[in-house]
Write a protein that binds this ligand. Structure first.
Ligand code: NAP
Length: 494
């Protein structure tokens, strides 16, 4: 397979890093497969990219939003045409199975159509004045250059969630994609360029977090940062950003539960748990990592689940029939192995999996066996911390109230689900689950682009992506008063 050699995109030109250094990106299913060579950038590259974005902002902010949106519409069409090509490249780049990388590209297509529509809305408010002959309104104003830092697990969808609303609102962008997945970001932005995006409106600077990400976080001409990634890095980014009074939107991790009540449709539950826990090899912020089961159905559900997990096909995501791809990299493999050891030391029962797969055909990639722990207690480390791999913890509970209490008893609050046929219980769960996203009779994954996405607690800092909520990150409210009385009217005084 071919190897690409990529440069940064700055001011419409593809430029090597000023460091002169590059890094390699290899297929996690096959370390012999070199996907590409990319620039290992530093602060000088960020400076240049921010200057290009600041320059482009002067014109872009004045392009009417419906005209900006037309570029997004064209990009959506182009992405649809290129979906298969980009999905193949993404599976090779980061491992998840082809069906899922098609979904990743589709999410970017959906967001492009949705945000293109927003170009003709971007609603503000008008409201009556307390004075005669006075008009007032609020409008959404662009902010300037926005800095975006993205993870590898949704390498086109997440950049699209950030870039597209930022653009339609009139901002310009510098994005630092994850080192593991720069190519999918390049593909996405190339589509915008081919759709007519002017030079400098989106700039890509590649490299690792400390060298290329941090200068973007600290840059004085970048007033807004939108970050998706781990709690540790996100907290660091927010701390640095706060010192410069930046607006920092964080989308961080999850420890997402599926609750199974005794009256649930267990066939439906099984399909949901397999998809929620082992789709994307468990490497989703919304992955199901806790299965909270009412004791009445615990044995039956566990037995049936183990049989199905045993039958899951692990392998290279480009091969037909494979359901679970590789883990992203060696470091993540080590993290998962470490948590398995912790779970065993804590007294949880390893029911299946628990080890790295090393024998052929797995010997050239980073594969981990789908893993389930039984007998997990809510306070165990494996029940509290995000593992970000194909590991599911089963926690038994006596009743609904205990299930909700266990579900909420983690630092995170991204997504939660309940399976029940009792409508009253379903509504109580919708009210009482302390997460940003709740599913009834569906697993913890499956968000759509036109509702807010994000969570409570350690999952973030109160912001949301997607839907119109995202504009709270990428626009500034401006309140405008027009006095057509011809006299001085003093609010709160006359
Ligand atoms: P990560 O290690 O925090 O990395 C995220 C991004 O931050 C990468 O681009 C990384 O660059 C960059 N970075 C690292 N150190 C930095 C620094 N000092 N300054 C600025 N940027 C820095 O997270 P990850 O392992 O890639 O992603 C997995 C995490 O993302 C999980 O916790 C998952 O739950 C979360 N996630 C959340 C959502 C959501 O919407 N809530 C969605 C997807 C994933 P390099 O990697 O290139 O060094």
């Amino acid at each position: 397979m071919s190897t690409v050699v990529m440069h940064n995109l700055i001011g419409g030109e593809w430029l090597p890093a000023q460091t002169g250094v590059t890094f390699e990106n290899r297929n996690p299913a096959d370390q012999d497969d070199l996907v590409g060579v990319f620039p290992a950038s530093g602060a000088a590259d960020i400076d240049r990219a921010v200057a290009a974005a600041a320059q482009a902002y002067q014109d872009w902010r004045l392009v009417p939003a419906p005209r900006r949106a037309e570029i997004l519409f064209r990009a959506a069409h182009l992405l649809t045409e290129r979906k298969e090509q980009y999905a193949h490249a993404m599976t090779r780049e980061m491992g998840k199975v082809l069906e899922e990388t098609r979904g990743d590209v589709q999410e970017a297509i959906d967001m492009a159509y949705y945000m293109a529509g927003e170009g003709r809305r971007l609603f503000g408010q008008t409201t009556p004045s307390e004075m005669p002959n006075k008009f007032q309104m609020s409008v959404r104003a662009p902010i300037g250059v926005v800095g975006l830092i993205t993870p590898w697990n949704f390498p086109m969808a997440i950049p699209s969630w950030k870039i597209l609303p930022a653009l339609v609102a009139g901002n310009t962008v510098v994005i630092k994609p994850a080192e593991d997945t720069p190519l999918s970001t390049v593909h996405f932005v190339q589509t915008l360029i081919d759709a007519g995006l002017p030079p400098g409106v989106v700039n890509i600077v590649m490299g690792d977090g400390p060298s290329a990400g941090e200068p973007l976080v600290l840059h004085p001409q970048v007033p807004v940062l939108s970050f998706t990634g781990s709690v540790a890095t996100g907290t660091h980014v927010a701390t640095l950003g706060a010192q410069h009074r930046k607006r920092v939107a964080l989308e961080l991790g999850g420890k997402n539960p599926i609750i199974v009540m005794h009256d649930a449709d267990l066939d439906l539950v099984l399909n949901g748990v397999l998809w929620g826990a082992f789709g994307t090899t468990g490497q989703r912020c919304t992955a199901t990592s806790r299965l909270i089961v009412q004791r009445d159905v615990l044995d039956e559900l566990t037995t049936r689940l183990l049989a199905q997990v045993q039958a899951l096909v692990v392998g290279n995501g480009l091969q037909p029939g494979v359901q679970v791809g590789p883990v992203i990299n060696q470091q993540q493999l080590e993290t998962i192995s470490r948590y398995v050891a912790i779970g065993q030391a804590e007294g949880a029962e390893l029911l299946i999996g628990g080890q790295q797969l090393r024998e052929p055909p797995y010997d050239r990639g980073s594969f981990f066996a789908p893993t389930i722990f039984g007998g997990v207690r809510r306070t165990m480390q494996i029940a509290q911390e995000e593992i970000f791999g194909p590991v599911l913890c089963i926690i038994a509970v006596d009743d609904f109230d205990e299930a909700i209490a266990v579900a909420n008893d983690v630092p995170y609050g991204l997504s939660a689900s309940i399976y029940t046929r009792d409508v009253n219980r379903a509504f109580r769960a919708m009210r009482d689950l302390d997460t940003g996203i709740v599913y009834i009779n569906a697993p913890t994954i499956g968000a759509e682009v036109h509702l807010p996405f994000g969570g409570t607690g350690a999952t973030g800092n109160g912001h949301r992506e997607s839907g119109t909520a995202t504009f709270e990150v990428f626009t500034e409210w401006k309140s405008i008063y027009i006095d057509y009385s011809g006299t001085l009217q003093r609010a709160q005084i006359d």
